[in-house]
Design a protein around this ligand. Structure first.
Ligand SMILES: [Zn+2]
Length: 374
């Protein structure tokens, strides 16, 4: 083989290798768009899609599953959303646990596990986050997507230079893809605004009384292990906090600033006039003081750099060698939902919601998530 032939062989070899790498990477990338199955409990009374409430969303990347559990006795109607921020796994997984276990005896509960469905199809850029994490269940490992805080730019692009949200607040560009800044939505706006509008339509059409939006935040962020409440829900939130305290669970109570606009609970309360709270648990893969982000960290919540930060007094949560496992964070979300429902029943008995089948939080703490995922 002469020099020219050798060059051709090298070039062809490199092209084949490059094409192989592109095919593998492309398959992994497109694999993020596969929708993970949620298997609703036999107590489900109606499976819907957000597009049923706002038809222009049907079939778009913003459409998402809605699970309705209706009891035989009349009572209140409660909406629980997970996945407003798909990079906050405990909010998403808590909503899945609810959807896969609930049975309503009285009143109605509507669960949306992936409120921003598009955000589940990509990762946060430049974070080197894993695409998935795995929870061990009796039937074997079950994988969940770790998504992005924002709508996938493939579905909504470009971002404006400055973003004036539907509530009239000026925000930085990428917030146009943050579902928790786009309420109360615009029927003909950006995709994320249309999703927010779809959820507002659901609230109006289902006559929702109370909305609970499940989130997480970084351990070094002060609004954490918290119930953030709309001012019309102050009493509801305070009663829930006291009730949680009596169970041994500390939650901060945070009043939502009235001038911070576009958030779920803010606009659900202002625009739809319903009771509204947002629940935060600590997310070890969201902050800046952590070490490498692995799928294991999402689930076990143990990070030696956070341990160091905790010892230096830089965290807003208690943090030791045990970390903050996903099961503990889901247990806290479920405890908060239960406490808020008890408060609602006490304040407005005709809006009582009675649910069965879902695990009490100490069981999730003791047994982990596996037994409660179908
Ligand atoms: Zn969030």
């Amino acid at each position: 083989m002469n020099k020219d032939q050798a060059r051709i062989v090298t070039a062809v070899g490199l092209l084949v290798l490059g094409a192989g790498a592109a095919i593998l990477a492309g398959r992994a990338f497109l694999g993020m768009r596969a929708v993970e199955p949620v298997t609703p409990s036999p107590g489900l009374t109606r499976a819907a899609r957000l597009g049923d409430y706002f038809p222009p969303l049907a079939g778009t990347a913003g459409d998402t599953d809605v699970y309705v559990f209706e009891g035989r006795e009349a009572g209140g109607t409660v909406l629980v959303t997970g996945g407003t921020h798909p990079n906050e796994p405990a909010g998403y997984v808590s909503a899945v646990v609810l959807a896969e276990n609930l049975r309503a005896v009285r009143g109605k509960v509507i669960v949306i596990p992936r409120a921003n469905a598009s955000g589940f199809t990509c990762n946060d850029p430049q974070e080197a986050n894993p695409q998935r994490f795995t929870v061990v269940t009796p039937a074997g490992p079950r994988a969940f997507r770790l998504g992005s805080r924002l709508t996938n730019p493939v579905d909504q692009w470009p971002d404006p230079t400055l973003y004036e949200n539907p509530a009239g607040q000026m925000l930085s560009a990428s917030e146009v893809r943050n579902l928790n800044r786009c309420y109360p939505g615009r029927p003909k706006g950006y995709l994320t605004e249309r999703v927010a509008f779809g959820i507002m339509e659901l609230i109006r059409k289902e006559k929702v009384d109370l909305g609970i939006d499940l989130h997480e935040s970084a351990p070094e962020y002060p609004v954490i292990n918290a119930i953030v409440f709309h001012e019309a829900s102050a009493e509801l939130a305070a009663m829930a906090q006291m009730s949680l305290q009596s169970e041994g669970l500390d939650f901060r109570l945070e009043a939502s600033p009235p001038n911070l606009r576009g958030l779920s609970h803010r606009e659900w309360g202002d625009a739809a006039g319903i009771k509204a709270v947002l629940v935060e648990t600590p997310n070890p893969v969201q902050g800046r003081l952590k070490g490498r982000t692995t799928a294991g960290l999402v689930v076990d919540g143990r990070d030696k750099d956070y341990l160091k930060a905790a010892r230096l007094g830089r965290l807003f949560i208690p943090y030791d060698e045990r970390g903050v496992p996903l099961s503990e964070r889901v247990a806290r979300h479920l405890a908060a939902v239960a406490a808020v429902l008890r408060s609602l029943a006490e304040l407005e008995p005709e809006k009582t919601v009675v649910l069965e089948g879902w695990p009490a939080w100490p069981r999730v703490l003791d047994e982990g998530l596996g037994p409660f995922l179908r």
